[in-house]
Design a protein around this ligand. Structure first.
Ligand code: HGY
Ligand code: MN
Ligand code: MN
Length: 412
């Protein structure tokens, strides 16, 4: 009988963590370095201690549970699993949390079963994966992988005017360790798919072989405030209308190109009054594509659109880059391990591209990395309706267990 994780403990912890950050209106929000995030971190730290693992926190608040076990004497690099426990606004309870708690569950199961992996095992919870409060997303794992200096990370100013460093200190998670203090032998992230592909295919395991590129920008359009009633249409410099033209352009651009997607998730007008032509429109642009060339073409098309709208509407435009990550190809060897592990458990599986960004795309800069997906009911995520049936959650965690055992006992 193959070793299996403790399903009751995993599902129970997911539900318990999922209760944190619930507002009176029932919306779940645990933005990075917020009080709600602290509550989640404190709960995770307690479970890490309960599992008998060593807790480590680095300077950008990344949290780690470390099990050295019999490998303490070896100087072999550890196998790392993990994800994130910060959320978007009005979030589901599985995004990120599933990968962290299943990773912890895998280590606890191996530890309790008397296994003695040749390598230490580490579960990570990276800071600010979502990037909703502080841009870019995947900030903690980016810093851990050396793609962002600690100073720049801590100085990041949030949408609320706070700085990440001050907030981490305030919630007690400005750790002492330098990001990158561990060089993993390999990194495997278990995550819900957050899209419709697996649910439509009826496939319980996804072997994620690549992850699409991401381009985030903030666009500010400045026009001229004027009276909504007295200003003829031909004399307007309407920042709101200019923004609407760009937003519509982006949707049509993405709809015309294969796997491309474009999203304007934030939009604000000034002075934001019913009878005043907007003087300013500020909005965010999220462009993604698995192909770097197509992503660059979308970025160039946006530049051209902004120039045309500025000229025709008599407005000025400014853009600010918030994040830019090229597509990532994961380690084929680990992807193969995922497929074999699923097959040996009699689980159907398929290769996938990740539409969402994940910490694994940053960890792939440091070591061989790959991801395992489980289905999202109805393809819904970043939404409180986000759900994955417990049998799928348990199956994914057991496949992670098998892949970790294989990696942890590989000397090379
Ligand atoms: O934006 C993303 O894809 C991730 O959820 N941070
Ligand atoms: Mn996530
Ligand atoms: Mn997310």
């Amino acid at each position: 009988m193959a070793l299996s994780i403790n399903a009751v403990r995993l599902i129970g912890r997911l539900d318990q963590l999922g209760q944190l950050g619930l507002a009176a209106d029932g919306r779940r929000t645990r933005l990075a370095a917020s009080d709600a995030d602290k509550a989640g971190r404190d709960l995770l730290a307690a479970w890490i201690a309960e599992a008998g693992l060593e807790l480590a926190v680095d300077r950008v608040g990344n949290m780690f549970g470390i099990w050295r076990g019999a490998a303490a004497a070896s100087n072999l690099d550890p196998v790392m699993v993990g994800s994130h426990i910060d959320t978007v606004i009005d979030a589901g309870q599985y995004d990120g949390c599933y990968g962290v708690l299943a990773g912890l569950e895998v280590i606890e199961t191996l530890k309790a079963s008397g296994q003695a992996p040749a390598r230490p095992l580490v579960v990570a919870a990276f800071t600010n994966e979502e990037g909703v409060r502080y841009a870019p997303d995947m900030l903690g794992s980016l810093a851990f992988a050396g793609g962002l200096s600690v100073e720049a990370a801590l100085a990041t100013v949030g949408t609320d005017g706070t700085t990440l460093g001050a907030e981490l200190a305030r919630i007690g998670y400005a750790g002492p360790l330098q990001p990158g203090f561990i060089t993993p032998h390999a990194y495997v992230e278990l995550h819900i798919e957050q899209g419709p592909v697996m649910a439509l295919d009826g496939v319980p395991i996804g072997a994620v072989e690549n992850l699409q590129g991401i381009s985030w920008q903030r666009v500010s359009i400045k026009g001229v405030a004027n009276h909504a009633g007295t200003t003829p249409m031909r004399l307007r410099h309407d920042a709101g209308h200019a923004a609407a033209r760009v937003i519509t352009f982006l949707r049509d651009l993405a709809r015309g190109g294969g796997a491309s997607v474009a999203t304007v998730g934030c939009l604000a007008f000034e002075p934001n009054a019913i009878n005043v032509i907007p003087s300013k429109a500020t909005f965010t642009v999220d462009l993604r594509d698995p192909d770097e060339v197509r992503l660059q073409q979308m970025e160039a098309a946006l530049v051209a659109c902004l120039a045309e709208v500025a000229a025709q509407e008599g407005v000025s435009v400014a853009t600010e880059r918030l994040a830019r990550f090229a597509p990532v190809v994961f380690d084929p060897g680990i992807v193969g391990m995922v497929e074999r592990a699923a097959g040996q458990r009699g689980l159907r599986h398929r290769r996938m591209t990740s539409g969402a960004g994940h910490d694994a795309q940053m960890m792939a800069r440091l070591c061989p990395a790959a991801m395992i997906f489980v289905p999202s009911t109805g393809g819904i995520s970043h939404n409180p309706a986000e759900h994955t049936p417990s049998p799928d959650l348990v199956a994914g965690a057991n496949v992670l267990l098998d892949v970790v055992r294989r990696l942890a006992d590989s000397p090379g």
